[in-house]
Write a protein that binds this ligand. Structure first.
Ligand SMILES: [Zn+2]
Ligand SMILES: [Zn+2]
Length: 345
């Protein structure tokens, strides 16, 4: 994953003198074009639609005291009226948990009943609090609420993949401004997941290692905690994309324990704060990329979960839709350097 022809000390100032490069990340198994001709300096990236402080809304059903205005509750943490986190059904679910899929339909069908789960995790009782405002223990609590709900959903045989994600800001797809994330459980394994399995298998077959266990090149690392490392991926598809990866080998996010959840909470908070400061509070998405619920023993060796953060700075255009390749105007080494050096109060 290292790039010997690159001087990491050049930073963004060298952007104009570099040749374009096409990189393929073994994890995403996808090509990305790094195009210095289109480059801005990494420090020029700022959100054009910053997220303003979130004023109290009198009509927000996610606020404490408004529980009756929501879709049914699945559980709350702790289980008292004065809750910190609630997991509820989505009032407008993309998929229906009451439909049934027959085994034969999965093997042969090109159309399936729209079975699945679509839940919402309300991350805080108070409207004005965003995830990055919370302390690491409380962010860890949100991560553990994800794992608890995944453990429940995976009891259903028809569920093949569970995607946890967060949309923050209207242009990142959030329809509610109260801090929340979503859990969507699918009866199929989505294409990015299959592609990731192919990519990490190929790497494993060639080297004998899990590519996410490998030490990250120093010039791509942003920060580290006890159990996790945050870095800019070698072939980042999006400007200022960040990955947080466990330093220990683990195929499934839902195996996370309390101690590691708090450690991850601390590093996630740091990344969200650095991103907000450097990029002027951009809308963003994060996604937890875990392995399919059913994986063969042999696949456990090269499947390794991680959390991806993508600030919404640029839209996706015709080239990306047409090819599935991405053009990124800023080199990962330069972004990592900028994010390493962001100082927080
Ligand atoms: Zn609210
Ligand atoms: Zn690994």
């Amino acid at each position: 994953m290292s790039s010997p022809n690159r001087d990491p000390d050049h930073g963004g100032d060298s952007a104009g003198t570099r040749s374009p490069e096409i990189r393929k990340d073994p994890v995403t198994n996808r090509w990305v074009v790094f195009s210095p001709a289109r480059a801005k300096r990494p420090t020029d990236f700022k959100s054009k639609s910053p997220q303003n402080p979130n004023p109290k809304s009198s009509s927000c059903p996610f606020c404490i005291g408004r529980e009756d205005d929501c879709a049914p509750e699945i559980f709350r943490v702790p289980d008292v009226p004065d809750w910190k986190i609630r997991v509820i059904e989505n009032l407008y679910p993309a998929l229906n948990r009451d439909l049934e899929i027959q085994t034969g339909q999965l093997k042969t069908g090109r159309v399936l009943p729209g079975f699945g789960f679509h839940d919402v995790v309300v991350e805080a009782p108070v409207h004005s609090i965003q995830l990055s405002d919370m302390d690491p223990e409380d962010i860890g609590g949100v991560l553990l609420a994800y794992t608890k709900r995944i453990e429940q959903i995976k009891q259903h045989d028809s569920v093949k993949y569970i995607q946890v994600f967060k949309n923050h800001g209207a242009s990142a797809g959030a329809s509610m401004s109260h801090s929340h994330s979503q859990i969507l459980a699918l009866p199929v394994v989505p294409p990015t997941v299959s592609s990731r399995l192919d990519g990490t298998k190929e790497y494993f077959d060639q080297t004998g290692w899990c590519c996410l266990c490998e030490a990250k090149p120093k010039e791509l690392v942003i920060n580290e905690s006890c159990h996790f490392v945050s870095f800019v991926p070698f072939a980042a598809a999006f400007p200022f994309e960040i990955w947080i990866v466990p330093k220990y080998h683990s195929s499934h996010f839902h195996d996370l324990d309390t101690n590691k959840a708090v450690d991850l909470g601390r590093l996630l908070k740091l990344m969200l704060q650095k991103m907000a400061k450097q990029l002027n509070k951009p809308p963003f998405n994060y996604m937890i990329h875990t392995s399919p619920l059913e994986v063969a023993e042999s696949q456990l060796l090269y499947t390794h979960w991680f959390l991806q953060i993508v600030p919404q700075l640029s839209g996706v255009g015709g080239f990306e839709i047409g090819t599935g390749c991405y053009i990124n105007p800023v080199f990962p080494e330069d972004v990592a350097k900028v994010l390493r050096e962001v100082s927080l109060p």
